[in-house]
Design a protein around this ligand. Structure first.
Ligand SMILES: *Cc1c(COP(=O)(O)O)cnc(C)c1O
Length: 372
């Protein structure tokens, strides 16, 4: 660990490439896209995207026009879909950059149709159908309206018809099959185009959910979103934080703001240079719920004690052998001992939120996994 970083996020880029390849194999002839919204889930799209492109990924999804524009400037020979859709204010920028909006409302469609008319050309787009998530997408009335107006999609070259699952992480959820049926009911009423329903979790539900294109994000970054069985991906991210002090806390003494933790015996506490200002959720505090944050020192698991503060977290390191503790200058927050998914669970959230909130006081290091 360098002398100046409080903590370090290490991102194994070759693991991301291998994960994409594994997922792509898993879905056979179905195309495997890469979802790189929110700066590739906080890992840095400018580092991640070239690696995915090199692995063979040809289709990318971002959330916003801004994310798409940033990507378009560094990426050639690939398609970039923009999940937010298109608006009056950004439609000409989207078209100039060759971005492909995911059209989810009649207004999105009208903006894109006008842009195509103004340019006297056809513009590529995806259509999003809401199949039960009630988040973004055309509903049955919208689809009926499209059908009854032959000019509704004039100038729009539909490249993809897509929808998104609410409970794709749960193999037993009834909604999965209901959403799949709703999707199939709507598809014949839209222009013929490849179809897409599954993200990281849905692609584990089986081939019925694969259609022509799958859209994994979290799994590329090593996340296990699906609860049924192991997704064939390996961890990508390690997060470590510096130990600033190790102190003894006597029986009955309190640790941290509001004295929510009190030692029942003499314990050893390590204070580390990470807090909610670095994206360690305050809900990882040891008093907020049954589960709470964990870290590790050379494989020894150490629990958070007391409240997570802005810059600091206290860990009970009493169980770590003195010989190990003496030499340790950092703790693992996410890594081989505490997985990304466990870190999410321990804070009452999901690994997705942990990843996308990792702060900028942590240095980011990219490796290719090769021993140096
Ligand atoms: C974020 C997102 C994805 C990727 O989801 P993961 O669970 O990260 O694989 C796919 N499709 C849509 C519409 C999304 O919003």
């Amino acid at each position: 660990m360098s002398t100046h970083a409080r903590g370090r996020i290490t991102i194994d880029l070759s693991a991301i490439a291998r994960n994409w390849t594994q997922l792509s194999k898993r879905v056979g002839t179905t195309e495997c896209a890469g979802v790189v919204k929110a700066d590739a889930y906080g890992l840095g799209a400018s580092a991640v995207v070239p690696v995915l492109r090199e692995a063979g990924c040809r289709t990318f999804f971002v959330a916003s026009c801004e994310e798409g524009l940033a990507l378009a400037s560094v990426l050639s020979g690939a398609r970039i879909f923009v999940l937010d859709g298109v608006f009056a204010a950004n439609r000409s920028h989207m078209a100039d950059a060759g971005l492909i909006p995911v059209l989810s409302t009649r207004e999105h469609i009208a903006h894109w149709r006008r842009e195509a008319q103004a340019r006297q050309t056809k513009l590529a787009a995806a259509l999003q159908i809401d199949s039960g998530l009630n988040r973004l997408g055309l509903d049955a009335d919208d689809i009926q309206a499209l059908k009854s107006d032959p000019d509704a999609l004039a100038g729009i070259d539909v490249k993809l018809n897509m929808s998104h699952l609410a409970s794709g992480d749960d193999p037993d959820a009834r909604e999965n099959e209901l959403q799949r049926q709703a999707f199939e009911t709507h598809l014949p009423h839209l222009p013929a185009a490849p179809a897409s329903l599954a993200a990281s979790d849905g692609l584990m539900l089986g081939t019925d959910y694969h259609y022509d294109l799958v859209r994994p994000g979290y799994a590329l970054y090593g996340g296990q979103a699906f609860r049924g069985r192991q997704t064939p991906v390996e961890p990508v991210v390690t997060v470590t934080a510096q130990i600033l002090q190790v102190r003894t806390v006597r029986t009955g003494d309190a640790v941290g703001y509001s004295a929510t933790f009190r030692a029942r015996s003499d314990i050893k506490v390590a204070i580390i240079a990470a807090g909610y200002g670095d994206g360690i959720p305050r809900t990882a505090s040891a008093e907020t719920h049954d589960v709470h944050g964990m870290a590790a020192i050379h494989g020894h698991r150490v629990p958070v004690v007391g409240r997570v503060s802005m810059d600091l977290v206290a860990l009970d390191v009493t169980s770590v052998p003195e010989s190990v503790l003496e030499k340790a200058d950092a703790v693992e927050l996410i890594g081989p001992t505490v997985t990304l998914d466990e870190a999410g669970h321990n804070a009452g959230t999901i690994g997705y939120e942990i990843l996308t909130r990792l702060g900028h006081r942590f240095a980011r290091t990219y490796t290719t996994g090769d021993p140096t």
